[in-house]
Write a protein that binds this ligand. Structure first.
Ligand code: UDX
Length: 440
């Protein structure tokens, strides 16, 4: 009999591909076999994604592709991907199993918006699990949608109906409606989220990239929640869609310890031109070096690169895409101006770096709440009446966070707690073993 063989399918964005890759690496260390499914579109973008059906007999991790059925210029959001992809999966599973007859697929793992795959698994008689790539608290918020509607706190469109603070469970922090993961979204997505929650039921486990050290209340909401994080298998993001600019590591080597402000907003968020300008000028006001990731891509090229004429940038380095985990663990880094995506949040807390939070959408507001009010390892920016974080506010908050010894001390303490917990007998390691044994 073969080893447990997982077919893993991420929703094709960087914030899902990265944690699923970390998860897959953790499974291969336990002797499992992984077939990692990228869309054809993303396979061409992903660096280091080698493979194809020919390599399926080998041990470890292999990559295969599936068409998303869209034209190159189409908008690749979950609504369209969901329409086109399910038809291709049964044939892919069949082909893999035929080629790998001694080691058929034992379990399918999918991330949010790809849970149609869990339904396919059930039809094919294969086990299925769901990997939630954001915080357990945001999964808890989705889990409680029916109750929030029943209690009259939100309506069936996800809109808050009465002004009141929300506490999802007694051990979770009190939040505002804007902190709910769909709060910042156009509500046209809310029905899709509700539908997806039904698909989640096809997954036996809801694996969370978190631990009870970070979110004690949230991970115990339902026995289905299985915390297996933080997934930090390696210090590189092997599946980057952009080429990492490693010159920033040499540049960091030349900067004084704890001097550099690292600025990055993940793989999706786009700064409005005015906010981009304020940020550029705010960084100029700092009396310290900064490392700023300004992503190149067709959609934000014009917006993001509108540097104001007054911008010098003489103390900074700007790159298209950085080796973020290595950066955050570099001794020259002082703090992290972040959009609070969950991966960046975990990478920041695991490196003991204080945060300055500039959330854009979805779970990022709730992650900010944990960073600033629960773990108290960062500060939030205040916005002006036009919703902008002004350059002076940026300068002031960077100074404040760096002068605050308590924030740094708590960051280091949290880091120590999480890194210590990565040892063999931690809750997450035990849960991962439990999961693998279930999949056998
Ligand atoms: C998305 C959502 O936006 C986020 O809210 C959700 O929590 C996860 O999915 P994204 O916006 O890309 O993710 O942010 P994040 O979760 O932080 O993931 C970005 C990943 O890209 C991180 O693993 C980070 O290390 C990596 N990255 C980012 C780089 O490797 N280099 C960079 O220059 C920037």
């Amino acid at each position: 009999m073969g080893v447990p063989h997982f077919l893993v399918i991420p929703y094709p964005v960087q914030g899902h591909v990265n944690p699923l890759m970390q998860f897959s690496e953790a499974l291969t260390k336990h002797g499992c076999k992984i077939t990692f499914v990228n869309t054809e579109f993303n396979h061409k973008r992903a660096k280091n994604s080698v493979g194809g059906l020919d390599n399926l007999k080998e041990e470890g991790m292999r990559f295969v592709t599936i068409p998303d059925g869209l034209d190159p210029e189409d908008d690749r959001i979950f609504v369209s991907i969901k329409t086109n992809m399910p038809a291709f999966l049964p044939k892919l599973v069949q082909d893999i199993n035929a080629l790998d007859a001694d080691n058929n697929i034992t379990c399918i793992v999918a991330t949010m918006h790809m849970c149609w795959a869990l339904q396919v698994a059930q039809k094919l008689g294969i086990k299925a699990a769901f990997l939630w790539t954001a915080s357990a608290a945001s999964l808890a918020a989705l889990y409680f949608i029916p109750k929030l509607i029943e209690d009259g706190i939100i309506d069936s469109e996800g809109v808050q109906t009465k002004k009141q603070e929300i506490q999802l469970s007694p051990n979770m922090p009190v939040m505002d409606a804007e902190d709910l993961p769909w709060g910042g979204f156009a509500n046209k997505f809310f029905p899709h989220i509700v539908k997806e929650m039904k698909n989640l039921e096809f997954g036996e486990w809801w694996l969370c990239n978190s631990t009870s050290d970070l979110e004690p209340g949230a991970v115990s909401i339902s026995p289905k929640f299985l915390p297996i994080g933080p997934l930090m298998e390696s210090d590189s993001n092997k599946s980057s869609f952009w080429e990492e600019d490693t010159t920033c590591l040499t540049w960091l080597d030349q900067q004084p310890p704890e001097s550099v402000v690292y600025v990055s907003f993940g793989s999706i968020a786009i700064l409005e031109p005015n906010q981009f300008k304020e940020l550029a000028l705010g960084l100029d006001l700092l009396k310290r070096p900064f490392l700023w990731v300004v992503r190149p891509s067709n959609d934000n090229d014009k917006v993001n690169k509108a540097y104001p004429d007054e911008f010098h940038g003489s103390k900074g380095k700007i790159v298209n895409w950085a080796p973020q985990k290595k950066i955050l663990n570099h001794p020259a880094i002082a703090c992290f101006i972040s959009h609070c995506g969950w991966n960046s949040t975990l990478e920041g807390v695991c490196s003991g770096t204080p945060f300055l939070c500039l959330p854009f959408f979805s779970d990022q507001f709730l992650n900010r709440l944990y960073i600033c009010d629960v773990w108290k390892v960062g500060l939030k920016f205040d916005k002006d009446e036009n919703g902008l974080v002004l350059k002076e506010e940026i300068r002031k908050k960077v100074e404040q966070v760096l002068e605050n010894g308590d924030i740094k001390a708590r960051s280091l303490k949290l880091q120590e707690l999480l890194v210590d917990k990565s040892v063999k007998n931690s809750e997450s390691s035990k849960n991962l073993e439990k999961f693998i044994n279930w999949a056998k």
